[in-house]
Design a binder for this molecule. Structure first.
Ligand code: HEC
Length: 142
């Protein structure tokens, strides 16, 4: 029994690490980087705040989110972005997404995304972990 539980830990731990999209958001509390780990499962629930306008695979009021990480802001062809977004020169990664989701209108002044933002850093990290994980799910495969 003991052997099994040791083995189970050895097998499960890397699995859990692999399954949890591990994203780090560097904050600066008194100069030290705080590391926040996003929980994709929790992020899925938080994504419900985005689905009024977004979906993973389809453009709606907002552009699709499949492939958003690594994408240049304002670059889904056929989607009618604001000039502000097209000119923002942002590339969406953990850091830029974190900033944008915290306060869209401050990060991209003039954006057409009428959303106040998410103040809670953990919630943002969870949401970004979900977006990363969703990208490798069946919904996002062509
Ligand atoms: C009220 C509608 C609305 C809501 C709610 C909303 N968005 Fe948006 N979103 C938009 C629109 C419209 C755009 C295009 C903005 C522009 O062109 O300036 C956009 C753009 C984006 C972009 C840039 C994508 C790209 O291709 O450059 C990201 C990232 C994004 N939204 C994430 C989110 C997330 C995450 C949430 C939920 C927390 C959310 N949005 C909630 C309407 C919305």
């Amino acid at each position: 029994m003991m052997g099994w539980s040791v083995m189970r830990t050895q097998v499960l731990l890397p699995l859990v690490i692999a399954l949890t999209a591990t994203l780090f958001v560097a904050g600066s509390a008194a100069g030290t980087a705080t590391v926040i780990r996003g929980d994709a499962k929790a992020g899925e629930a938080i994504y419900s705040r985005c689905v009024a306008c977004h979906s993973l695979a389809q453009d709606r009021t907002g552009p699709r989110h499949c492939g958003v990480i690594g994408r240049r802001a304002g670059s889904v062809s056929g989607f009618g972005y604001s000039d502000a977004m097209k000119r923002s020169k942002l590339v969406w990664n953990v850091k830029t997404l974190d900033r944008f989701i915290q306060n869209p209108m401050r990060t991209v002044p003039g954006t057409a995304m009428g959303y106040a933002g998410i103040a809670d850093q953990q919630e943002r990290a969870d949401l970004i972990a979900y977006l990363a994980q969703a990208n490798s799910s069946a919904v996002c495969r062509p």
